[in-house]
Design a protein. Sequence first.
Length: 308
Amino acid sequence: MVSLTPIRELNITAASNSNRPLHISAASGLVRAGSHIYVVADDELHLGVFSMTAHEPGHLIRLFDGALPESKAERKRQKPDLEALTLLPTFQGFPHGALLALGSGSRPNRFAGALLGVGPQGKICRSIRELDLSPILDPLHDAFAELNIEGALVVGDEFRLFQRGNKRQVDNAIIRYSLPQILVALHSPHAEAVKPFAIQRIDLGIIDDVPLCFTDATALPGGSMVFSAVAEDTDDAYHDGACVGAGIGIIDNNGHLLSFQQFDRPYKVEGISACLDGNRLDILLVTDADDPAIPSMLLSGSIEVKTS
């Protein structure tokens, strides 16, 4: 079992509107860049920005225009469902790289994304560019009965997405693209469809008869990937369910599952960042409480890993 330590609640200085709480409650993706922690939430139109070195409340940066309904059911129906966040390397128009936020693709209104340029120290420093991710996500409906993208990362010249399964469609997969093709598509306002060159299905096992399914992933040196997974008792990519267990695993560059360790508590972990220090992998994770009254948590932990 992996023990996790709560670091802080994801409190913020100002909510997205006067009726929302002063915290993020549905954290779904995490990137650490320098001393900055960036968090997307699947029920917001904003990005959360927090400091790694200070525990004062963070702040929100708007990604999309408009407002979401206050009703939980209507908010769920209309939200862009941002579920993945990753840091892209230098490319045209972004000399120090950019954060890429992606919708899950699980509904027609969940194909939106956003690019935010960063400076050399990882601080957001350029205007936000809204994206239509249909050229990337729409072709995947031919491969998956219920598309639900939960993670994204870059390994060398590859861009990889992580598909999350559920009880009815246990369809966890790593979707592999040419990174240059993805960067061209992100830069073009009228991009053609981009198809992956490989899709690898991964069996993560079960906890209490509920399948473990991907919730996020990040790259490690050499091309291996560390991922978070939860066993959420739900039959589809839309409705929430009870989390009966969760954990962290390592997959090698060829898509082989090397290890999986369960967390000491069934945290519904939805975002992960990691740093390798010798044989110790230090991890940061964020949680989704599935309740707007409960703040998301930033957690930390570490595991021992084999290095070549």
